[in-house]
Write a protein that binds this ligand. Structure first.
Ligand SMILES: Cc1cc2nc3c(=O)[nH]c(=O)nc-3n(C[C@H](O)[C@H](O)[C@H](O)COP(=O)(O)O)c2cc1C
Length: 202
């Protein structure tokens, strides 16, 4: 077995994270810029935290070039709200475009061709083409530093869930109909098209 210390450069640690923790779900986070325009970006360091209150968490990492905060956390700290949109195979190309590092204030909805629609409880828009939306109110922030590669946890309370009828059956989201897409190592994306079931005795 090979063994590695983690006190080298952040890029090496990053490779172990993205090569080990997979497939990762993808949160496509929409927020509002200071001038009222939209911002959209995908984040695969993303998970569920609590059912009630319903809390989710994701981790924007400081920019590799200069350690600066990405636009998404910058907007969330000011506006205190955001929307998480989920990814299916049909919108992978467009979602990938939203990861482009545009100058602050430029709208990734326009760049990607995704369609913004109004939310009910927050100002941030939802992505029409996404089958599930979580409207979130900012809850907590934990930062692990200001250098390039340092991450932070942002949690949000989900105050409204929207699910497209086409993937909702018998009171739950049907995984096969949803057909979510995950993130792998490097530039890999992963289709969830080989599901199996295991029941538990207790
Ligand atoms: C599928 C995918 C997942 C990503 N996950 C993350 C992540 O978890 N954390 C992160 O900091 N950047 C992640 N990125 C890169 C950001 O999306 C990218 O830096 C983006 O430009 C940030 O946008 P913003 O400045 O508008 O917030 C991911 C990119 C892709 C394509």
């Amino acid at each position: 077995m090979l063994s590695f210390d983690t006190n080298g450069n952040f890029q090496d640690n990053y490779k172990f994270l993205i090569g080990s923790i997979l497939p990762r779900p993808i949160a496509v986070v929409s927020t509002v810029n200071e001038d009222g325009s939209n911002n959209v970006a995908p984040f695969s360091f993303f998970t569920a935290v609590s059912s009630k209150p319903m809390i989710v968490a994701f981790s924007p990492i400081n920019r590799a070039e200069n350690g600066q905060l990405k636009d998404t956390p910058r907007n969330i700290f000011r506006e205190k709200e955001f929307v998480i949109n989920f990814v299916t195979e049909e919108i992978v190309e467009k979602v990938n475009k939203t990861a482009t590092n545009l100058p602050y204030g430029e709208d990734e909805f326009i760049l990607s061709g995704l369609t913004p629609i109004d939310s009910e409880k927050v100002k941030a828009k939802r992505i029409k083409e996404s089958p599930i939306h979580f409207e979130c109110i900012f809850r907590d922030h934990l930062s692990y530093g200001d250098d390039p590669g340092c991450g932070r946890i942002i949690t949000g309370e989900v105050v409204k869930v929207h699910v497209n009828e086409s993937i909702y059956e018998d009171g739950r989201i049907n995984t096969d109909l949803f057909a979510p897409v995950g993130r792998g190592a490097g530039h890999d994306w992963i289709l969830c098209d080989h599901r199996f079931e295991k029941t538990r005795n207790r």
